[in-house]
Ligand binder design. Structure first.
Ligand code: SF4
Length: 231
């Protein structure tokens, strides 16, 4: 288990929970707007934190923390993820997984083993624009669609979310996403922020007006539609 980052306390990463966040490396997507480029492109060059140290710190914070968010990179590419999550669950902590939805096999296993309490899955764009938005020429739509289906069939709370980037998202895409995922419980539109560690430079956040217009367009399709990262 290669852990590349550990935030001991956050109120931002796990809805309505005081949580810690664990960052894993590697990703099979190449989203140009990815704000963790070094974790995606060269995880082997990033410092690591021993898993035992992370588990020990979580133990010390039992009674304070409610949950742990596991993010990346793409966490489902780490083969010993189930064993690691089991150790966290043994501490009585809830686990939220952030995923790009490209590994339904691992997602299915984690769901079957009751190792997850909440899943946040990225929807990168409309189906028509997916490959361009994830920076790949080959399609991953079958896997993404299967992951969506797994979440819809599960009894777990989950959300879909999209980081809106002016160069990639148009109102047509948002309307298409709404129709595609109609009836899902929660959709979050996230403001793009240039971390200075992107895969591609020269990208821009959408204006507040545009974000609000996208939110309105999605409202008929989901119980909850919210903006994240807005001032
Ligand atoms: S934004 Fe997420 S899915 Fe895209 S390259 Fe970065 S870590 Fe991977």
């Amino acid at each position: 288990m290669q852990i590349h980052g550990f935030n001991k306390t956050t109120l931002l990463d796990y809805p309505e929970h005081l949580a810690a966040t664990i960052f894993l490396g590697h990703c099979n997507f190449r989203c140009p707007f990815c704000h963790n480029a070094s974790l995606v492109l060269a995880p082997e060059k990033q410092p690591t934190i021993p898993a035992v140290d992370v588990i020990n710190t979580l133990k010390e914070r039992q009674g304070i923390l409610e949950g742990v968010c596991i993010t990346g990179g793409e966490p489902t590419l780490t083969h010993d993820l189930p064993d690691f999550i089991a150790q966290i669950k043994d501490l009585g902590l809830k686990v939220k997984l952030d995923t790009n939805g490209s590994n339904p096999l691992m997602l299915s296993y984690l769901l079957d083993q009751h190792l997850l309490d909440y899943v946040a899955m990225d929807i990168k764009n409309s189906k028509e624009q997916y490959n361009k938005t994830i920076g790949l020429s080959s399609s991953c739509m079958d896997q993404v669609i299967e992951s969506i289906s797994l979440l819809k069939q599960s009894n777990l709370p989950y959300e879909f979310r999209t980081t809106i980037v002016s160069e990639f998202h148009r109102m047509d895409d948002i309307l298409s996403i709404g129709e595609w995922l109609h009836g899902s419980p929660a959709y979050y539109l996230q403001k793009f922020i240039d971390s200075g560690n992107l895969l591609q430079n020269g990208l821009h956040a959408a204006s507040r007006e545009t974000m609000l217009a996208y939110k309105e367009a999605l409202k008929p399709h989901f119980k909850v539609v919210e903006l994240r990262g807005m001032d």
